[in-house]
Design a protein around this ligand. Structure first.
Ligand code: NAP
Length: 304
């Protein structure tokens, strides 16, 4: 069988694409190497998706999955190991199996870079978070630490300062990587204390985050920062190794695709966090899924 649309990744972008693909009357298969839902399943409560009120990340993932399958999308829990976009019929390879499709939507997402320090995994969801906009409100009027020096860390610190009593931002150098405009917002915010030249050593607490052990890289001095939350914002890792040399990527590994979600290869689209964009959120991922599937449908019809 040749599918109209093959989607790689069953997160919000991929499943949204599956819904729109099926509603356009196209045969749609979606591949997922892990559990459906993507990163959102790590969020205890989604409360910034317009009109949804409050819903857990797991519940959101379950709902969007049911919706996609309800419309007739096929979800295969298989790791895609290779792709061949060279012909008009695209090939998606899962180990020994080869699937063929007239169009492909890449929705592989990103993973957050981890600190790889003690306590990080143990206290995930108990004060350790990789998403300030998702989890910040859990720490209303408490102290939070943001680790990182890029735009995400700077924006997270300002966002959290609107919620928390006090915010530390810990950066391993004495100049930020992020935009000057964002740096200025951080520096003039009285609730934010910047701690330069400092790396986190361990996240400590029994059952929930209580302290972050840090070290000044210039003086060697170690100390504890007492905090309820540690927001890790030390970069993103796009899941695009497989597509190197097959579609155009940005220098930092994202798929080159603008708001139309079209990649450098005709018939191949990119949706969600995996493409270059400025706002990586649930709402922009689902929006991309709709745009990509609609573009894929138009492409498939144009070839009939
Ligand atoms: P990023 O720009 O890659 O910054 C990561 C930061 O984490 C850097 O300051 C880096 O330090 C630090 N870091 C890396 N590994 C670390 C470790 N193991 N321990 C401690 N610190 C570590 O990542 P990002 O801030 O997530 O941004 C990703 C991309 O999205 C960037 O291109 C950014 O401009 C963009 N973005 C844009 C917007 C916007 O336009 N509104 C918002 C957010 C993000 P060094 O500086 O020393 O390397």
């Amino acid at each position: 069988m040749i599918y109209d649309i093959a989607i790689i990744g069953a997160g919000p972008a991929g499943l949204s694409a599956a819904i729109y693909g099926r509603r356009a009357g196209l045969s749609t298969i979606c591949f997922e190497s892990n559990v459906h839902g993507g990163q959102i399943i790590n969020t205890p409560e989604v409360e910034n998706y317009p009109a949804l009120g409050k819903v857990s990340g797991v519940e959101y993932a379950s709902n969007i999955y049911d919706q996609a399958v309800g419309f007739g999308a096929v979800v295969e829990y298989k790791a895609v190991t290779d792709v061949d976009f060279s012909g008009e019929i695209k090939k998606v390879i899962c180990g020994d199996e080869e699937y063929r499709a007239k169009s492909v939507i890449i929705a592989t997402g990103v993973t957050r870079r981890k600190l790889e320090i003690p306590g990080e995994d143990r206290l995930l969801g108990a004060g350790v978070s990789y998403c300030a906009t998702c989890d910040g409100l859990f720490f209303k009027d408490k102290t939070a630490v943001v680790v990182g020096g890029g735009n995400t860390a700077l924006e997270d610190a300002v966002y959290l300062a609107g919620i928390c009593e006090k915010v530390y931002i810990i950066h391993r150098r004495d100049t930020f990587r992020g935009d000057q405009h964002e740096v200025e917002k951080v520096l003039k915010n009285e609730k934010i204390q910047v701690v330069y030249d400092t790396i986190p050593l361990s996240i400590e607490g029994s059952g929930k985050v209580e302290r972050l052990r840090v070290k000044n890289v210039k003086t060697g001095e170690e100390k504890d920062i007492f905090t309820s939350a540690v927001f890790v914002a030390v970069g993103l890792i796009p899941q695009n190794d497989m597509f190197k040399g097959k579609v155009e990527l940005t220098s930092d590994g994202y798929i080159m695709a603008d708001e139309s979600c079209k990649t450098s290869v005709e018939g191949v689209f990119a949706a969600g966090d995996t493409r270059n964009k400025t706002l990586r959120q649930l709402v922009t991922a689902t929006s991309d899924g709709a745009v990509a599937a609609t573009a894929a449908a138009a492409y498939v019809r144009s070839k009939e």
